[in-house]
Design a binder for this molecule. Sequence first.
Ligand SMILES: Nc1ncnc2c1ncn2[C@@H]1O[C@H](COP(=O)(O)OP(=O)(O)OP(=O)(O)O)[C@@H](O)[C@H]1O
Length: 253
Amino acid sequence: MSMLDVQNLSIHFGGVKAVNDVSFKIDPGMIYAVIGPNGAGKTTLFNLITGVYKPTTGTIKLNGEEIQGKSSDELARRGMARTFQNLQVCMNMSALENVMVGAHLRLDRNLIKGALHLPSITRRDAALREEAAELMRFVGLGGQIGARADSMSYGALKRLEIARALAMQPKLLFLDEPAAGLNHTETHEIDELIRKVAESGVTCVLVEHDMKMVMNLSQRILVLDYGRKLAEGTREEVRNNPDVIAAYLGAHA
Ligand SMILES: Nc1ncnc2c1ncn2[C@@H]1O[C@H](COP(=O)(O)OP(=O)(O)OP(=O)(O)O)[C@@H](O)[C@H]1O
């Protein structure tokens, strides 16, 4: 069974069909990319799948169960996490605390108990702290565990966001432009990190403009154009698809 099965998904904003009758499936364990020109509907598609928007029509199944229209919180509990096109890091917190936020979201922490500092909560916080530190090491930020977020480079913050999403222990991770704004070396490091995340058993779905990265990393690619599915398949199929070459790759190749 596919992990994610999207069928005939559409959302209309007034007259704009931002996502228009899009269908595709994602198998567990793969790295899957969504590409397309600016305004093609990539972020809107992520927003539909992760519960930010309710679709106008269509179904989304996660492990066989329909999830369209469910809240982002409910979807997080079912194993979905995401990072954002624009960083969503809390700059007045430490790097470690930012990662712990992800773990707290997962555990649906009882705030009143937390405020009372009961021993069980204090013990759990110590465990979460260690778990967050381990995730920071995993994403290559082991040297910055004590750092304040506002002292970190943009490239490090992009990785911190991934660590926070991983703290939710997702089965499916959505990455919206993970390499945006990064230099060549940092892009390569993110590429390696996404590979490592996928190897650890988390299915990864990315929106990305860096075509080299997409072709290097993804097993399958969905191409959107004006909200519609233009093509879907392996990188070779997509690379050789005449519609894709005409509409998109031609301008970037
Ligand atoms: N909340 C909204 N209300 C109205 N129109 C919207 C909304 N969100 C997106 N759109 C429109 O839907 C279309 C698709 O936008 P979207 O941001 O999903 O594209 P994208 O492929 O992610 O683009 P980019 O690569 O520039 O991030 C655009 O025409 C956009 O203006």
